[in-house]
Design a protein around this ligand. Sequence first.
Ligand code: TRH
Length: 402
Amino acid sequence: MSNPPLPPVPAPVPPTSATAPTIACDIFCAVIDNFGDVGVCWRLARQLAAEHRWQVRLIVDDLHTFARLEPALDTELARQTLAGVTIEHWREPLHAGVALQVADIVIEAFACELPPAYIAAMARRTPPPIWFNLEYLSAEDWVADVHLKPSPHPRHALTKTFFFPGLGPGTGGVIKEQGLDAARSTFSASAPARQAWWERATLGPPPSPDATVISLFAYENPAIDALLAQWRDGDEPIVLLVPQGRISGAVARFFGLPAFAAPTHAERGNLRAHALPFVPQTAFDELLWVSHLNFVRGEDSFVRAQWARRPFVWHIYPQADAAHLPKLDAALGHYAAPLAERARTAMDRFWHAWNGAGTPDWADFWSHRRAFETRAATWGDELATVGDLASNLARFAKSQLK
Ligand code: TRH
């Protein structure tokens, strides 16, 4: 049987020569670990190129990690163009962008420290570039106070502006492409598109309508065993979708398998689990859209889960000295605030249990499913009022260009 055509996914299109970009932007990205650093930068680069018509160059130190998100990338090339973005392999310590061409806008992602030679070239440029440090996302209140604050360079006549993503007013917002809501609606309204997704991802038909579909993208997590057991022993059928990654080993152990890699399926009691391949970033949203509940992590998948307008559980990136816990609470402060007390407490407990404090209580959490679904939709509307990160950044940058 041939698959019906899929709806468009929100991959921005490159600019055409008729609308030649006029603003040049360099984004520097150092991959610390996992996929979030390059995941955020790649999304931002594509959006600035496609929707703002900027001439974007993305300079990344780890092309192998990048290629997991964008399989069209050739890891052997020093320079290539994809989706209207020039991609350069950042080879430290000497490489600093071909011929030290300094763009109008320079984005240093996540304090990755620009090469000194590039900074010197920035200082020689007239006028100097608009220089941003793009920070990690945090929902904490102080973010709005420091967003867009300038910091003069200690030696050069350059100013770095701190750009803080956030979930509330006065912050930089989070990334959202113009076509994202339309793509989600089209996909969700199309039974053939969803059917094709299930056949492609699980090599089988969609689950029965009474099943609760859950996606699981997480770091290693000691709470997983209790949760898998509760799903197995629960009253409702659960279909679990597990993209290959750091939690796959624990799922394999639960089912007594040597590994849990696509296309493995496993079943115990009321739990049926599918191992999924890691897909290109442009296909990741569909996993969130076919699921009733999404477990997400880090930064970029956390944001995509919010735009999916479905209930989700966040596995926050763990930091030393539990520095991540205030960030978890700050996010809950925004997201869970309008819920009735019992639902809010259940969400709070479950998110904390998933982040190391206590044992998750699935029955209690999911008894508030309808309230969570309603909140997921109203939260999407609220978050949209902050404006999308790329547009917020572009507007500020243009206001600074002389
Ligand atoms: O991978 P992450 O944990 O990334 C990060 C980094 O660890 C970073 O150092 C840290 O500071 C930051 O989190 C907070 O989680 P994240 O941000 O959700 O990135 C995952 C990316 O992987 C996201 O862009 C979605 C993408 N993805 C795919 O493209 N295909 C897939 O199949 C899956 C499961 C994910």
